[in-house]
Design a protein around this ligand. Structure first.
Ligand SMILES: Cc1cc2nc3c(=O)[nH]c(=O)nc-3n(C[C@H](O)[C@H](O)[C@H](O)COP(=O)(O)OP(=O)(O)OC[C@H]3O[C@@H](n4cnc5c(N)ncnc54)[C@H](O)[C@@H]3O)c2cc1C
Length: 470
């Protein structure tokens, strides 16, 4: 390649207006948004086949006031959604970002459906902990893999350049913080450099970096990481080196329901429809309706770091809607028993304790009172034979802290000023989940990836258009 630019001793073999690092939902949506505003980008992805944590997710994107909700008679609005997000994180997220995301959410989901053919519909039948309305939008199979497939098709149809096996190893920035380009490394160790006028960091957080996890998430140190291994905290480390403001690094999405030993996600809908978790003593240990993220540490704190999800046929039938659940079922993760006696015997749980656990749920359903952990039970949700059980553990799914950004997804310095041409979104940016493991409201991950990603792409494009007009 010819040298087309030069900065600070660095030769750039190519030059593009906008470079986007990472081809998960965030990077792909950002590229589509930039293209809509007339700006070409190149998306750089370290993997041969872009997957990211996005493809491992269930692909549920929360949006308030969408036409998909209206079609199903669900009344919702951005204020309600913002309230739910802030209630879950204890009002710790930046309210301006929460407002920007919730207000843009429905428009982004509808744009992806209408302009790019992503086959969304509304996920119905249950509410995730903390959501006051049904507002999860997902593709038919309810998998992130399908969401990624749709986004990759859209990027290809739009003619956007996506360079795979291109791990970015260096950003080239000057003393003012302006980024002039990046250097990427190929699997054979060869390096190439690309100059750019703006850069979007869409390379997620640091969940795959055990050292950073131990430093920032001590309760999940050594826990199974169930996100994408490529998320090594590169955005965080680059930002740190450039003097960016880093916020909420102790925030994460854990999950307390990963089937073992199959390592398949068991949807939390199982708990929300009436299921419970017991430890090897046959006792419940938490409010399963508090949130699945903080449940990871609670399950890991049980003997052996394990628990049993207990539910029944009604819940099993409903969970079959989820491909991950179906896979777990096919793999033999779901054990079925005619009675509490046979379940206790087969799972080596103390029968008396198990009986007491079930008896307590009946008493609570009758009285309407909350249990010691704060959960209430409805008679219609009480479990009946045949009982179903899955052995689960807790895992780290992804991190939620990162580079602080403004409502245009521009990365902030520690003094609150913005870098001239640096944007971040998705797992690379500070999320809206507060500072710990309990502030994560279901969907916050893809909300930040998809909606903030769209904002980042649009704003980078607008800035570049203004720069070229000036
Ligand atoms: C099992 C599971 C289930 C989940 N379910 C949901 C859900 O239903 N709803 C929800 O909202 N959230 C969910 N999440 C969280 C959600 O998946 C993430 O928040 C979201 O996918 C983040 O998107 P992203 O584009 O920022 O990151 P990713 O999808 O991880 O993409 C980042 C990409 O950047 C690449 N990359 C990293 N470093 C570099 C580099 N130096 N150079 C080039 N490329 C690089 C990576 O290879 C990766 O492809 C789930 C997560 C998991 C693990």
């Amino acid at each position: 390649m010819a040298i087309v630019a030069f900065h600070d001793g660095q030769e750039f073999e190519a030059r593009v207006p906008l470079v986007i690092i990472g081809a998960g939902a965030c990077g792909l949506v950002a590229a589509l948004a930039a293209r809509q505003y007339g700006v070409d980008s190149v998306v750089l992805e370290r993997d041969a086949l872009p997957r990211g944590s996005t493809s491992m997710s269930q692909g549920f994107i929360p949006a308030a006031g969408s036409r998909f909700q209206a079609e199903k008679g669900v009344e919702d609005n951005p204020e309600l959604m913002a309230r739910d997000i802030q209630r879950k994180n204890g009002n710790q997220a930046d309210p301006a970002i929460v407002r920007a995301l919730t207000e843009a959410s429905a428009g982004v989901v509808e744009w992806l459906a209408d302009a790019h053919g992503v086959p969304f519909d509304l996920v119905e039948g249950f509410l995730y902990p903390g959501h006051s309305r049904m507002r999860m939008h997902a593709t038919p199979r309810r998998t992130g893999e399908e969401l990624m497939g749709s986004l990759l098709n859209a990027v290809e149809a739009a003619g956007i350049d996506l360079l795979t096996e291109a791990r970015v190893v260096k950003l080239h920035a000057d003393d003012t913080g302006r980024v002039h380009g990046v250097t990427l490394e190929r699997p054979d160790g060869s390096r190439e450099s690309i100059g750019c006028d703006a850069l979007i960091l869409a390379c997620n957080g640091y969940g795959g970096n055990a050292e950073l996890v131990a430093r920032h998430l001590p309760t999940l140190k050594g826990a199974l990481y169930f996100g994408h291994e490529g998320n090594q905290g590169d955005a965080l480390l680059w930002g740190e080196a450039m003097g960016a403001s880093l916020k909420d690094l102790g925030a994460c999405q854990g999950h307390g329901s990963l089937a073992m030993p199959h390592q398949t996600l068991i949807t939390w809908a199982v708990m929300m429809r009436g299921g419970v978790q017991v430890n090897h003593e046959g006792r419940r240990f938490s409010n399963e309706h508090g949130g699945y993220s903080e449940q990871a540490a609670k399950v890991l704190a049980q003997p052996g770091g394990l628990a049993w999800n207990l539910f029944d046929r009604r819940i099993h039938q409903a969970a079959l809607e989820f491909e991950d659940y179906r896979n777990a079922h096919i793999a033999g993760a779901v054990r079925i028993f005619d009675s509490l006696e046979s379940m206790a015997a087969e799972l080596s749980l103390p029968l008396e304790a198990l009986r007491e656990t079930f008896h307590e749920m009946h008493i609570l359903a009758k009285s309407g009172e909350a249990d010691a952990f704060g959960r209430t039970f409805r008679s219609e949700d009480l479990l009946v034979a045949p009982y179903h059980a899955i052995k689960v553990t807790g895992a780290l799914f992804h991190t939620q802290g990162g580079l602080e950004v403004d409502i245009q997804a521009r990365v902030l310095r520690q003094d609150g000023s913005t870098f001239p041409n640096l944007f971040a979104a998705g797992g690379a940016a500070r999320g809206v989940s507060g500072s710990g493991d309990s502030g994560y409201l279901s969907g916050n991950g893809l909300l930040s990836a998809v909606v903030l990603g769209a904002i980042a792409g649009r704003e980078a494009a607008r800035q570049l258009s203004c720069d070229s007009a000036a």
